[in-house]
Design a binder for this molecule. Sequence first.
Ligand SMILES: NC(=O)c1ccc[n+]([C@@H]2O[C@H](COP(=O)([O-])OP(=O)(O)OC[C@H]3O[C@@H](n4cnc5c(N)ncnc54)[C@H](OP(=O)(O)O)[C@@H]3O)[C@@H](O)[C@H]2O)c1
Length: 265
Amino acid sequence: MELGLLNKVAVVMGASKGIGYAIAEEFLKEGCKVAITARRESELIQASGELSKLGEVYYKALDATRENPVYDFAKDVSERFGAIHCWVNNVGATGKKAGEEYSQPELDFVVDTCFKSAVYGCQAAFRYMKRQGGGTIVNISSLAARCPSAGRSTLYGPMKAAVVNLTNTMAGEYCAYGIRVLCVMPGFTQTPLVRSNISQEELEYNCKGTLLRRLAEPEEIAKPVVFLASEAASYITATTLEVSGGRSVTLNPSYSYDKKNGAYI
Ligand SMILES: NC(=O)c1ccc[n+]([C@@H]2O[C@H](COP(=O)([O-])OP(=O)(O)OC[C@H]3O[C@@H](n4cnc5c(N)ncnc54)[C@H](OP(=O)(O)O)[C@@H]3O)[C@@H](O)[C@H]2O)c1
């Protein structure tokens, strides 16, 4: 399938590793110029060194929870590459609470990282896309928006649900400018975030409740993101795509039936 991304410019926020890195890699494979960010410059330099083997990469270390650095970065990218065609808001973190209640700093962290970063990203992209008469924004939510992560990362799900609503809201606001806004909702994916936050026991439990019986690889999330951002998805906007290996349907215990053994699994 022709994705129509050759020589386009793609921004991926939070791309020194994990899903964001894989998204940057897929855009480069399609012939895009790519701009990436993360907070830790050393990891960004390493990532950009690897990604540069595939095409032109611009990187800048910044904290996506602060608005001006995000807007300045968009300006840099636009001046350097002449346009911004695709923008992915991938920054997010589980945002745990240490005690029974969220403290103010813990609450600020999860709201800023999961929600405000996406708002700043949408607004930064819009500044340049409206001038050029179009573009695509893809927000990264989480299956936790649909299946609550109660008890530990309690507010991660609500913030990721807000990202889904933000997608539809911005799609309505930006459609007059030829800008599509989309969302991808990943299930558990093999990334540094998951490896450092989720126990092996919990991952195995989750795999048992997933139709495809395994976690996703980062590129399995990245490819749908790049598809949605591409010309091949030109009639899709205000849409959230769940990429979870069939995790949410199994919340109905009789959904998956093994005919061979005559049992629900
Ligand atoms: N992995 C999963 O199972 C899963 C499932 C559902 C949804 N998601 C979502 O998918 C996205 C990516 O997750 P991941 O697992 O790939 O995470 P990850 O491995 O922790 O990678 C996150 C990336 O974002 C950067 N980042 C984090 N906070 C930032 C900030 N404030 N400003 C700028 N950059 C920042 C990180 O670099 P620095 O730390 O150096 O800034 C890193 O490059 C997140 O939105 C996450 O909520 C993940």
